[in-house]
Design a protein around this ligand. Structure first.
Ligand code: CO
Length: 145
């Protein structure tokens, strides 16, 4: 397997509107989506982008706020009340091949492969198997290989 580009950094936030204002006004980032709910994953999500070379999109930050009582983000925010860096997401060309690759190395995969916030298949790897980093693996959107 060849690891693709870093797609986004996931940042847990306690208050989405405040976080969006921070990235726009303090950091000068571009807010590229309105917040949208992903109820099956228990999160409210919004994307902000840095700006890359010649005005192209740079790196993406995924803001995630808990949605619902049993959100996986709730416990994270209990430990990090101000919010904080939650996961890193890397692209791969073939999600099933990547799943097999990590499984063969004994890495624990958290749940089934599912459709992520970018509309492509994703899965998460256990932070204790990944140098302490919750790791999201995402299939590169079509047309961007
Ligand atoms: Co993510």
């Amino acid at each position: 397997m060849k690891l693709g580009r870093l797609n986004h950094v996931g940042v847990a936030v306690p208050a989405m509107a405040d976080a969006i204002a921070y990235y726009r006004d303090v950091m000068g980032a571009e807010v590229v989506t309105e917040p949208f709910a992903m109820p099956e994953q228990g999160v409210l999500v919004a994307f902000v982008n840095t700006t890359g070379e010649a005005g192209t999109a740079g790196t993406q930050i995924e803001l995630i706020e808990p949605l619902g009582a049993d959100s996986p983000i709730t416990a994270f925010l209990a430990r990090n009340p101000a919010g904080g860096q939650h996961h890193l997401c890397y692209e791969v060309e073939d999600i099933e091949a990547a799943r097999d690759w990590f499984t063969a190395q004994g890495k624990r995969i958290l749940g089934p492969t599912r459709i992520g916030a970018h509309g492509t298949p994703i899965f998460f790897l256990h932070p204790k198997d990944m140098l302490g980093q919750l790791t999201e693996i995402m299939e590169t959107p079509r047309g961007q290989h």
